[in-house]
Each structure stands twice: as C-alpha cells, then as structure tokens.
Design a protein around this ligand. Structure first.
Ligand code: NZQ
Ligand code: ZN
Length: 387
C-alpha cells in the first residue's frame, strides 16, 4: 500500500429537508452571497424561490446562466467580476456539477488579481479562495465532495480539470428529492459518469482487497440504484443511494493507498466535450468499452477477470481471456441497456476531427504515463473504435 495524505474537509448535510439549515450554514461566512445557478431548472423545481426566502436576511448577488460544460468566458469571468464588484463573502452554488465546478473557479479567481485562467491552467497557484456552499441537484460528478472543477474554453477547445484543496466546498447540502426532476438522459449520464469514476480507480496496478471491495460495491450500487431511478424517478431510496455513491466515487476515498491509473477515460472524454460540447457521462460510456478492449493484455488481464467475476458474476472457472471479453461486452450492454447512445456518431461526432483530438489529448493529458500507457496512435484507435 502506498503512503497517502488524505483530508476531505467538506461537511455533508444529507437528506430530505436539509435545506432548512441553509441560513445557519451560511451565517458564519458573512452577509454577501454570490448565488450561482444554471439555465433555470432550479426555478422550475421551486428551489430558487425557496433559497431566496430562506436567505432574505442576506445580500444576494446573482450569477445565472452557467451552462453544462461550464465556460470560462462568460461564466467564470462574470462570477469573478461580480464577486469583486460586490465584495462577496461566500458563494452558494445551486444546481448540478457544472454550476458547482464554475463556482469553484470563481471562488479562486475572486481572490486573485490577475487573469483567472492563470489559476485554472496551473500557471499560478491560488493562495486563497472564497468559501463555497452548494446545494447539488444532480447526482453525477461528485463535485460536492471533491476539490476539482472542470472548465471549458471554447476558443481553444480546452477542457481542464482544475484541482486544488482550496476548492473543497465548505458545506454540501444533498437532498435527493431535488434530483427527482433530473431527466432520463441526465440520470443515465450521471450513472455512467460515477461508474466510470470508479473504473478509473479500479483499473490500476496496485490495489487492495479493501479498495477493490469498496469500488465493486459502489459500481453494483450505482447499477442497481441507477436502474431504479430510471424506472421510477421519484423513488427516494434509489435517488438517495445513487446520490451518496456519486459523492463517494470521485474523492479518492475508494482508492486510498492505491497507485493511480492516470484517469485515461476522463482524459479522452474531456477532449470530446471540449471539441463538441457533448454530455460528459455519455462520452464516457461510449469510450469505456473500446478503451477496455484496447488495453486488454497479458498484464492487465487479472483486473478484467476480477471485474468480470465480481461485477457481472461471470463464471470464474472460464478461461481468463473469455472472462475479460465477456466483462467488456457486459459493460457495453449495461450502458446500452439503460439507454445511453453507444457510438460517437449518435452524439454528433464524426471522424473529421479525430486526428486533431487525438493529438490534443496526447499533448495535454500525459497518458503515456498511465497504468495502461496510451500513445497518440492508441488514442486515435480508441476514438475510431468508438465512432
Ligand atoms: O442548467 P440547468 O437549467 O440547471 O439544467 C441542468 C443542465 O441542463 C440540468 N439539471 C440539473 N439539475 C436538475 C436539472 N434538470 C432538472 N432537474 C434537476 N434537479 O441538467 C443539465 C446538466 O447539468 P450539469 O451540471 O452539466 O451536469 P453534471 O452534474 O453531470 O455536470 C457535468 C460537468 O461536470 C464535470 C463534467 O466534465 C461536466 O462539465 N465533471 C466534474 C467533476 C468534478 N468536479 O469532480 C468530475 C467529473 O468527472 C466531470 O468531469
Ligand atoms: Zn466524470
């Protein structure tokens, strides 16, 4: 087991009705709050009105319109400007992972005098960030329990995971009832995103019985609760279990002491979203089986055998290569079975920019050092196999 230094300082308030605690939660951070949100879903579900009512004694500055795959320009820049103009004390993010990710970049940018891109692109290390509280309305990314935010720049097709311990939310309020209205498409994408977060931690060289078990349980729980959420969007227990799985899937707790895989699927998917603005979880589901087929080798075989027998109950007495191939087929079948489009063409990506994307990924993501190393040519082959 490898040494580690681990701390998740985020307080989780989980369950039906936790929003009642919002005024008490916000109070220690000050009076002036930047309220960040997306394209309007929080208004449709009544959450926006509820938040304003609960925070009537605070000064609220609004930063609306944050899009999926949140954009540096205009959203991060707008949020930073508003924080500086109004001397905001803290940020309240209400929405999905995109709103929260954008809020994290705003929180750091608000405490920095230069161009916020310096921080996101790691040119400059942030010295401080505003406190962030969030009410998460979509179970997927785990942003509510990690210190990363993924920001896109349309002018350069960059989509960068900006990670800094300063960006952990101070408090995350998780009420599964707010996720009842998440569309089937976004629910599916959330299931795929969280499952892939676990796969990225599972398929690596050094793991333990403990972390393998945590990962396997999380995937099984996501498959089960995810299917139930799709069958009955208002199934509280299923929405709650999915939400908790998503929070735990991306904050390293499932892989303490393990070596890193290099998160290859995310590295590839970020380019797909960066170039084509597709839904993150759909992109991941599409490339996961082709990536698996591509990296299957004598060396990686044992991981596939364990994955296949534990997750899909494949007969351990079969030939290991057969188990591995069945495991990959079953992974594809699961995603397809819950209704995710499983080809890039179905989400609007053809072969015209494959070379450009493969080059972009190879240059920016360092996948030649991944557990299963990928050259530009490998990445290109995975993308072609995903078409
Ligand atoms: O914009 P609004 O109107 O709020 O609508 C959103 C959006 O259209 C809607 N939505 C959210 N909650 C809803 C709802 N609709 C109805 N009812 C609700 N309760 O859903 C749409 C998608 O929202 P978004 O926030 O984009 O989805 P998600 O939470 O999946 O976030 C995706 C982003 O997170 C990044 C992805 O790359 C992508 O940019 N990631 C962040 C990570 C992190 N911070 O750790 C890790 C992930 O790997 C991922 O990369
Ligand atoms: Zn993800």
């Amino acid at each position: 087991m490898r040494n580690f230094d681990y701390c998740t300082p985020t307080r989780l308030l989980f369950g039906k009705g936790v929003i009642a605690q919002l005024p008490a939660v916000m109070k220690p951070f000050g009076k002036r709050i930047l309220l960040t949100y997306g394209g309007g879903s929080i208004k449709k579900i009544g959450l926006y009105q509820q938040v304003l009512e609960l925070l009537k004694d605070f000064e609220i500055v609004e930063c609306p319109g944050i899009q999926p795959n949140p954009k540096y320009d205009p959203s991060v820049l707008l949020g930073v400007r508003l924080c500086k103009e109004h001397k905001v004390d803290a940020i309240l993010s209400v929405g999905g992972g995109s709103v929260l990710d954008c809020s994290k970049a705003i929180a750091a940018g608000a405490c920095y005098d230069g161009d916020p891109w310096d921080l996101i692109s790691y040119k400059v290390k942030a010295k401080a960030a505003l406190p962030i509280v969030d009410i998460i309305t979509l179970a997927a990314t785990g942003s509510e329990y990690d210190c990363g935010g993924v920001i896109s720049r349309t002018d350069t097709n960059d989509k960068i995971g900006y990670i800094d311990p300063l960006l952990f939310p101070a408090v995350s309020l998780l009420d599964p009832t707010y996720t009842f209205t998440v569309s089937p498409k976004q629910t599916r994408a959330g299931i795929a995103d969280a499952i892939n977060h676990v796969i990225e931690q599972y398929f690596t060289g050094e793991t333990t019985l403990l972390t393998d078990g945590l990962c396997e349980s999380t995937i099984l729980s996501l498959m089960d609760s995810g299917r139930k959420c799709l069958a009955n969007p208002e199934d509280y227990e299923a929405r709650a279990e999915m939400m908790l799985c998503c929070s735990l899937a991306c904050n390293d707790i499932l892989s303490l002491g393990n070596s890193s895989s290099g998160w290859p699927c995310h590295s590839i998917e970020h380019a797909l979203s960066g170039f084509y603005d597709i839904t993150h979880g759909e992109g991941l589901a599409i490339i996961t089986p082709p990536w698996m087929r591509h990296i299957l080798s004598e060396r990686t075989l044992p991981r596939f055998v364990k994955f296949g027998t534990r997750i899909f109950g494949i007969d351990a007495a079969l030939d290991p290569w057969e188990i591995a191939r069945k495991a990959i087929d079953e992974t594809h079948r699961f995603f397809e079975g819950i209704g995710i489009p499983m080809h890039l063409r179905e989400v609007g990506i053809d072969d015209s920019r494959i070379d450009e994307m493969a080059h972009h990924i190879a240059v920016n993501e360092g996948l030649e050092k991944a557990w299963a190393p990928l050259s530009e040519r490998d990445i290109r082959e995975i993308l072609i196999a995903s078409l």
